[in-house]
Write a protein that binds this ligand. Structure first.
Ligand code: SF4
Ligand code: SF4
Length: 390
């Protein structure tokens, strides 16, 4: 957005095209403020008058930042960007979001999972001298813990979880406290994906450096939850941390970390490192005689560039496109998982049914958040698992 927010929103002609593609609108039973046009109109009102903060927060907090609205808007407006700006401006934060933000600032990890972030790497060889830093940002590792939080929420109820979040923060939270809700098979499943990513890079002749337990989270959720001051300070810390380790090239393995470090972070700090998505380093072509459908991640399709290297890797495989593909891809609903799990469930179910209806042999994902939300049967496979297998 290169202009002030009031000028930006005033360009809206209220056509409603954005509502037709906004995943949260239908999931919220067509309550207007949970759709793209509603968010733009609310922003207009907010700029003019004072509106109840609670409603404002839910409307903007529930935006997935999938940017689907931008691609259909005749005025070139992204309700996602508007939501982000208004979240950053609001001083009122959700207690659960606050708890996660405090963990990130304190432990460099949203759920302080400690050694849990390195289990996948046991026994693997890394090269301290390699120019490529393998940067997991703990994303795949965090997914089973996110599911554990969801389970805890089911047991305690939304209200209690939010009520106790400040206490957890005060006492110091550790991911190991989630142990009773943590599914061992899920931990293994995600560690296995990391192992496959490592393997396909090794098979492509790429040696990697890995920071183990020292590796910090990227800070993405601070921005997603509207903690701008904290994100700015975290981003500065991250730059100095990478500099202190003499890092030059950062190999990211999930779309959220990739777009954050490649594009978004530059609005906050000078980020002098080369940022690579790991598929760019893969020189293998998959060899599979069946069919696949691809769930393209919003962050790879609609942030900064249309990232499509996976088409080269899958060029010998028959791809059946779902109804929504390429820049019209449909969000998995994942970014709402922490604050609006009901919306996430409905959106991921809808997308899964669409992908499944292609009747392809495999449904390929390339983001840990998409994977966990769409993994509703054995057909769903992370692209690294697919490349390693075929
Ligand atoms: S598509 Fe664009 S112009 Fe139309 S209602 Fe949405 S924001 Fe406004
Ligand atoms: S970014 Fe996505 S969720 Fe947010 S308003 Fe636009 S289409 Fe809806």
């Amino acid at each position: 957005m290169n202009e002030s927010l009031d000028i930006y929103v005033s360009r809206c002609i209220n056509c409603g095209f954005c509502d037709a593609v906004c995943p949260t609108l239908e999931a919220a039973d067509f309550r207007g403020y949970f759709g793209a046009r509603g968010r733009v109109n609310l922003a207009k009102e907010l700029i003019k008058n004072d509106i109840g903060e609670e409603e404002v927060l839910d409307s903007f907090n529930s935006c997935l930042h999938c940017n689907a609205c931008l691609y259909v808007c005749p005025a070139g407006i992204s309700a996602g960007e508007i939501s982000e700006k208004l979240k950053l401006r609001s001083s009122k934060k959700d207690p659960l979001a606050k708890f996660i933000a405090e963990n990130i600032m304190k432990y460099k990890d949203p759920l302080n999972i400690g050694k849990g972030s390195t289990l996948w790497s046991k026994g693997l060889k890394f090269n301290e001298q390699s120019e490529y830093l393998f940067y997991t940002a703990r994303m795949y590792q965090l997914m089973p813990y996110n599911s554990a939080v969801a389970k805890m929420r089911e047991k305690l109820g939304e209200g209690l979880l939010k009520k106790f979040s400040p206490t957890f923060s005060k006492l110091g939270f550790k991911g190991s406290l989630l142990k009773i809700f943590l599914e061992r098979e899920k931990v293994e499943e995600f560690n296995n994906i990391l192992l496959n990513i490592y393997k396909v890079l090794a098979e492509s002749g790429v040696e990697l450096r890995y920071l183990g337990e020292e590796e910090p989270y990227s800070g993405a959720m601070l921005l997603e939850f509207g903690f701008e001051k904290e994100f700015t300070s975290y981003a500065n810390w991250l730059v100095n941390f990478f500099k202190s380790k003499n890092i030059k090239k950062i190999v990211t393995i999930d779309p959220h970390t990739y777009t954050l470090l490649k594009y978004q972070i530059k609005d906050y700090v000078n980020f002098p490192f080369e940022v690579i998505f790991y598929l760019d380093l893969v020189n293998k072509k998959a060899n599979f005689s069946g069919t696949v459908t691809i769930h393209q991640a919003c962050h790879l399709e609609r942030y900064g560039e249309k990232y499509r290297k996976y088409y080269d890797i899958l060029s010998d495989v028959r791809i059946i496109n779902p109804i929504h593909f390429n820049e019209r891809t449909f969000c998995c609903g994942g970014p709402d998982e922490v604050l609006f799990p009901n919306l996430t469930n409905k959106i991921s179910e809808k997308r899964f049914i669409e992908l499944k209806s292609t009747e392809a042999d495999y449904i390929i994902t390339m983001c840990p958040i998409c994977y966990i939300n769409l993994k509703k049967d054995e057909k769903v496979i992370d692209i690294s698992q697919f490349i390693a297998k075929f």
